[in-house]
Design a protein around this ligand. Structure first.
Ligand SMILES: NC(=O)c1ccc[n+]([C@@H]2O[C@H](COP(=O)([O-])OP(=O)(O)OC[C@H]3O[C@@H](n4cnc5c(N)ncnc54)[C@H](O)[C@@H]3O)[C@@H](O)[C@H]2O)c1
Length: 271
């Protein structure tokens, strides 16, 4: 029996990178999926975001595993569009047990712009708030408990991110979601809905691996100092984060709530 058998999960930023990895792992463990992605560029993001074709590929991957999937192109900044996507999944599956607020950007521009700050806050922080808000009323009504996982970053626990508008916005937004996580964890505990955050170190997705990001890091004196992971790896794999998300989503973590879980190869402890 799969670890998420009989459950349905709502995942944002699901067409690429880490999101695609959780979707795959959750489907392997028996979950049905409601998946959302912007599927178009954001002006202040220098690396490529996902395409509509990649969202279709994610759908095919879930179906190939024998699970059901509802997919929508939607921007987490657009609460109405997110609600429509969530409600379509709720209608299809009858209940949603797991929410993964994953969609995020690192708007790190060599030619820095104030707009990068606003986009980081709007997508990473307000988008996370929207993702949880559209889900919570039906989760409470269903009275089945549930698990909400917020994807933050090591930059949500320590003061890294550099001096640019986008880097400061990234660090502020990733710290901000910890405040949301802790408050929702208290608010929702009476309903047996758990809320936790995960804090990955660098992961080999486009956000980090795209050559344009190496160029940004090289020209920023604070970032290029770097601070290596304690374990002997430069980056971790998407599945390493997916396994942590899966555990928090599953009943194996049934009494874990309000926790900031690093998946960081010892990065934070080493500082
Ligand atoms: N890659 C890393 O090193 C790393 C480290 C720590 C935390 N994170 C966090 O993990 C999460 C996933 O990042 P990733 O590395 O997979 O990046 P990624 O760019 O590969 O994937 C992000 C996905 O989110 C989608 N997306 C972006 N903006 C959106 C929006 N407004 N609405 C809906 N979807 C949107 C993109 O199209 C893409 O499919 C982010 O929150 C990121 O901050 C990543």
């Amino acid at each position: 029996m799969g670890r998420l058998e009989g459950k349905a999960a709502f995942v944002t930023g699901a067409a690429g990178g880490l999101g695609r990895s959780y979707v795959q792992r959750m489907a392997e463990e028996g979950a049905d999926l409601v998946i959302v992605d912007i599927c178009r560029p954001v002006d202040t993001v220098p690396y490529r975001l996902s395409s509509p074709e990649e969202l279709s590929e994610a759908v095919e991957e879930v179906e190939a595993l024998g699970r059901r999937v509802v997919a929508r192109q939607a921007d987490v900044r657009d609460r109405d569009a997110l609600q429509e996507a969530y409600d379509a999944g709720l209608a299809a599956f009858g209940q949603i047990d797991v929410v993964v607020a994953n969609a995020g950007i690192a708007p790190l521009l060599v030619d820095d712009r104030v707009q990068a700050w606003h986009d980081a806050i709007d997508i990473n922080l307000t988008g996370t708030f929207h993702t949880i808000e559209v889900a919570v009323p039906s989760m409470i009504d269903a009275d089945r408990g549930g698990s909400i996982v917020i994807v933050s970053s090591t930059a949500g626990l320590v003061g890294i991110g550099g001096a640019s508008n986008g880097g400061l916005g990234y660090a502020a937004s990733k710290h901000g979601v910890v405040g949301l996580m802790r408050t929702y964890a208290n608010n929702l505990a009476p309903h047996s809905i758990r809320v936790n955050s995960v804090h990955p170190t660098g992961v080999a997705t486009r956000m980090v691996a795209d050559p344009v990001m190496a160029e940004f890091v090289a020209q920023d004196p604070i970032l290029s100092e770097g601070s290596p992971n304690a374990l002997p790896v430069d980056t971790v794999e998407p599945d390493d984060v997916a396994n942590a998300v899966l555990w928090l989503a599953s009943d194996e973590a049934r009494y874990v709530t309000g926790v900031t879980l690093p998946v960081d190869a010892g990065f934070i402890n080493r500082r």
